[in-house]
Design a protein around this ligand. Structure first.
Ligand SMILES: [Zn+2]
Length: 87
């Protein structure tokens, strides 16, 4: 499984959960995509992939650790997009 797709799924799931519990300034497609892209790019530094997007080495972190990192990345991304929405 490509880590990028895996991460993308985790990030989208977390964002969906946050939308239920936390007020997000805007839930339009553009802001959601910005949040997802920002979260993924900050996670990319933590979970290296090959140019093809495959897992370089088996992810050593547990699923729980991945989710904790992803949650932090999504929350940071929400703050960034709230400060500077692109519309
Ligand atoms: Zn928006």
């Amino acid at each position: 499984m490509a880590i990028k797709n895996y991460m993308e799924d985790v990030v989208k799931e977390i964002l969906r959960d946050l939308e239920k519990t936390k007020r997000i300034h805007c839930q339009c497609e553009r802001c959601r995509n910005d949040i997802i892209a920002l979260a993924l790019s900050s996670l990319k530094g933590k979970y290296p992939t090959t140019p093809e997007g495959e897992i370089l080495a088996k992810v050593e972190q547990s699923d729980r650790q991945v989710r904790t990192d992803a949650l932090l990345a999504v929350m940071q991304a929400i703050d960034i997009v709230r400060e500077k929405p692109r519309h």
